[in-house]
Write a protein that binds this ligand. Structure first.
Ligand code: ADP
Length: 368
């Protein structure tokens, strides 16, 4: 398999001794949209800067299209980078800003002008080509930064929190544009963000980082429904974490002894699960079924096995077609559950007793 981008055992330790990136491994296919997601300081930007060449690599290999580029200068790499503040030149107009990248490469004038026209057209900037950038809106400035990075026809576009400076509505519409543009161009995007909604909406795969290390690399849906670590389970989505001790396995599911009795969840492939191991069931909010307490026990067993925790509906609110509920377990812990009103209306009331139940295949058992 020929990859566009490969990082193999990449480490970065800054001169002051800060270990910013630890044993980073990632293979990216051409045309993939990859997001680096994680809390501030986890090493996302450092990794992106190593790919661009603006930061040196302490050890490991960085390959672009099969060629080791660890020591290649940024301008020699087939990458282009968009910074959070866009770094536009305020004294130049839109066209001059976009042209700049091609002038640096000494491209003949005619050819450069043609390429600039094309990209301005593609990004809907032709009408403002002669305006100074300082007077333009956040969305327009964002698009100019995109045009400037794309006009050089990079193999890989690197984006460092490019939507961070925009307000929520504009962010959403530019997100959509960005995704369409990426599909249209078919080039590889590597995108840094600390906003999970952005990463989930845009990417083919998400690399979740924590304290310099990769926690998990998965497509958005898998990350959401099958977190592999406690960190990911807490950081992504809305999961209930039920700790316990393994007592056995049944039909590919793991049975844990927990504070609520025996509960089960799916085993992840390749995990050695032996009796006595301390593990947790990760139950995504989307997997929770709230069942009224008067449903007969045999019906409950048929649908959910032993996976039912007695609870009380503390609060209940209907917003549009969604019912939001806060439920409390006997140990005092609360979780939020939501579902379509058609499913729950007339069956559940504030103050009533119910069961939090789930199909074991929709929950995942992971290490503590
Ligand atoms: P993120 O992009 O996830 O917020 P960074 O890659 O910026 O994280 O930073 C990772 C770690 O490296 C942090 O501890 C940060 O303080 C440190 N760091 C970043 N840049 C430098 C630098 N130029 N010199 C020393 N330490 C740095």
């Amino acid at each position: 398999m020929a990859y566009d981008l490969q990082l193999t055992n990449v480490y970065k330790t800054y001169d002051n001794g800060t270990p910013a990136v630890i044993d980073f491994n990632l293979d990216v296919e051409k045309g993939e949209f990859i997001a680096f997601l994680g809390p501030s300081g986890c090493g996302k930007s450092t990794t992106l800067r190593m790919i661009s060449g603006f930061e040196t690599i302490t050890s490991g290999d960085l390959m672009i299209r099969g060629k080791r580029v660890n020591d290649q200068l940024p301008e020699k790499r087939p990458t282009s980078m968009i910074f959070q503040n866009y770094a536009l030149f305020p004294h130049m107009n839109v066209r001059q800003n976009v042209l700049f990248g091609l002038e640096v490469k000494n491209m003949p004038r005619d050819q450069a002008n043609r390429k600039v026209d094309e990209i301005l057209e593609k990004l809907g900037l032709s009408a403002i080509a002669n305006m100074p950038t300082a007077r333009l809106s956040g969305g327009q400035r964002q698009r100019i930064a995109l045009a400037r990075s794309l006009v050089v026809e990079p193999d890989i576009l690197l984006l460092d929190e490019p939507l961070g400076a925009l307000d929520a509505n504009l962010r959403k519409s530019i997100q959509n544009e960005l995704k369409l543009l990426q599909r249209d161009l078919g080039i590889t995007f590597v995108f840094v963000t600390h906003a999970q909604s952005e990463a989930l909406a845009l990417s083919d795969r998400i690399v979740v980082m924590n304290a310099g290390r990769i926690e998990q690399i998965s497509p958005p849906r898998e990350l959401y429904t099958r977190p592999c670590s406690q960190f990911v389970a807490r950081f992504i989505g809305s999961n209930t974490i039920l700790p316990g001790t393994v007592v056995g396995q049944e039909d590919g599911n793991v049975i844990l002894q927990t504070a609520f009795g025996h509960l089960t969840g799916a085993n992840r492939a390749g995990v050695d699960v032996h009796a006595g191991r301390e593990m947790s069931i990760i139950l995504p909010a989307e997997a929770v079924d709230l069942v009224p307490a008067d449903v007969p026990e045999d019906e409950m067993r048929a649908n959910f096995g032993s996976n039912a925790i007695s609870c009380t509906i503390e609060k209940l609110q209907i917003v549009g077609h969604i019912m939001h509920m806060i439920v409390r377990f006997a140990d005092g812990n609360q979780i939020n559950v939501e579902g379509h009103v058609d499913k729950y209306r007339d069956r559940l009331k504030a103050g009533s007793r119910a069961f939090v139940a789930w199909n074991p295949s929709n929950a995942t058992v992971i290490d503590n």
